[in-house]
Ligand binder design. Sequence first.
Ligand SMILES: CC(C)(COP(=O)(O)OP(=O)(O)OC[C@H]1O[C@@H](n2cnc3c(N)ncnc32)[C@H](O)[C@@H]1OP(=O)(O)O)[C@@H](O)C(=O)NCCC(=O)NCCS
Length: 186
Amino acid sequence: MPSGVLTRRPPYPPYLSLTLPLHAPNIPVVTTRPVEPDDRRAVAEIILGWGSDIVVTRGRIHHPIDLPGFVALDDDNKLVGLVTYTISGRECEIVTLDAHVKWQGIGTALLKAVCREAIAASCTRVWLITTNDNIDAIRFYQRRGFVLKAVYANAIAESRKLKPQIPLIGEHGIPIRDEIEFERVL
Ligand SMILES: CC(C)(COP(=O)(O)OP(=O)(O)OC[C@H]1O[C@@H](n2cnc3c(N)ncnc32)[C@H](O)[C@@H]1OP(=O)(O)O)[C@@H](O)C(=O)NCCC(=O)NCCS
């Protein structure tokens, strides 16, 4: 997981957000659009937050900087999130997903954008790999209709041979060991 995960959950529990006005000052309005050539520098910065310019899933090396994606923008047009993906046949793999500010709807907006794109490309499923320590992601995807497809125990040992920058210890002090595949059938 990128060590520089950028923010913390807001000080109030999510259910309280129901009582907040729609445009409370600390809640950005998020829009998404496809990554454009001018985004390249900002995209590279986010990707490098994952330890290097490559991401390894199922033994395959991705170069997310060169992949299609969507950026999320706040109401000041500032880039606040990024998703990259790759489509192969009828399958769409989410390669990276980052929200600069957590718990404000950025991840959801980006996930929706990529699912819409997958549907437009006639994909039958969207899938992704996360790791056993990424409790936020495991919760996030299941809340959005993704189901656990497979657990590849100890797969990260192989990934580390391709990307030695993958830390040994991840979120919450949990050793990063396993790849977890989630999918959403479209
Ligand atoms: C996983 C990740 C992308 C989720 O993004 P996010 O922007 O925090 O996700 P969202 O804000 O859309 O949703 C998270 C929760 O915040 C809640 N939320 C959204 N807007 C809110 C608001 N204004 N006030 C309070 N809660 C809010 C959502 O309802 C959601 O809760 P739920 O899942 O119980 O419904 C993010 O945690 C992240 O960037 N993690 C680091 C990178 C990473 O690990 N990526 C995944 C790799 S596989």
